[in-house]
Design a binder for this molecule. Structure first.
Ligand SMILES: C[S@@+](CC[C@H](N)C(=O)[O-])C[C@H]1O[C@@H](n2cnc3c(N)ncnc32)[C@H](O)[C@@H]1O
Length: 223
């Protein structure tokens, strides 16, 4: 990126909820843009994660279930949570013919209510950039407690393009500062052992990995 992307405004959480309740009927346009990218990311991740039988996943800010539906065949259970009833209705409609089907229910990333250690993997797809630096740190600290293994963030590339910049201006997100974030520092403060960052299909993929208890070291070859 060789220029400074400047936002027009930042949406409040209430305005963000109204925005997604308003745009869910036309979210298909976004699904057709992000869907093929997520296919490649999921293919890459599933080739690396070695998911054991019985493994569970939670997707926060799941929107219309784009990622949750792609994850469902790989996990024993996938739950998608979002604060927009409109997006959840769209997700449930899209899941009608899916087997296995994720469960979709209301959930707020700014008031995470899962029990500690209640799920193996937590996913966030094209959502973390919506939040301020302080909120991102708080969200990742909470999710570090909720996930037994990893928190996996998939988001827009650090190399912004004009389409993403215009969409993010309209969305009123924090994408401009998100793409300059030091995620190693964030991971450390949130209580993770480390974060692995890669760029797949022009998406930023961040794997926040937990500390292993009882003096066990993370196996660096098992990624
Ligand atoms: C860009 S969409 C991404 C949706 C989906 N993850 C995907 O990849 O298509 C962002 C989603 O974040 C949700 N969202 C925004 N703020 C949230 C919050 N505080 N808690 C839960 N979901 C939130 C919105 O309702 C919307 O569905």
């Amino acid at each position: 990126m060789n220029h400074q992307f400047l936002p027009w405004y930042r949406r409040s959480p209430i305005s963000m909820r109204r925005f997604y309740n308003w745009i869910h009927p036309i979210y298909g346009l976004i699904e057709s843009h992000l869907g093929p990218k997520l296919d490649q990311v999921v293919q890459h991740l599933m080739g690396n994660l070695a998911i054991a039988p019985g493994t569970t996943a939670l997707e926060y800010a799941c929107g219309s279930g784009l990622l949750s539906l792609k994850l469902a065949p790989y996990f024993a259970q996938v739950t998608g949570r979002d604060q927009s009833e409109g997006m959840l209705q769209r997700a449930r409609r899209r899941a009608i013919s899916a087997k296995p089907s994720p469960e979709f229910r209301m959930g707020n990333l700014l008031a995470i209510d899962e029990q500690a250690g209640s799920v193996d993997y937590v996913f966030l797809s094209f959502a973390l950039h919506l939040f301020s630096r302080t909120q991102r740190q708080e969200i990742l600290s909470r999710l570090c407690q909720v996930a037994r293994k990893e928190v996996i963030v998939i988001d827009h590339s650090r190399n912004s393009d004009w389409l993403t910049e215009w969409v993010e201006r309209i969305e009123g997100s924090h994408y401009d500062e998100f793409i300059r974030e030091d995620f190693a520092g964030v991971a450390d403060q949130a209580g993770f052992a480390r974060v692995l960052e890669s760029e797949i299909a022009t998406c930023m993929v961040l794997r926040f990995q937990k500390k292993v208890k009882q003096g066990k070291k993370i196996d660096l070859n098992n990624e």
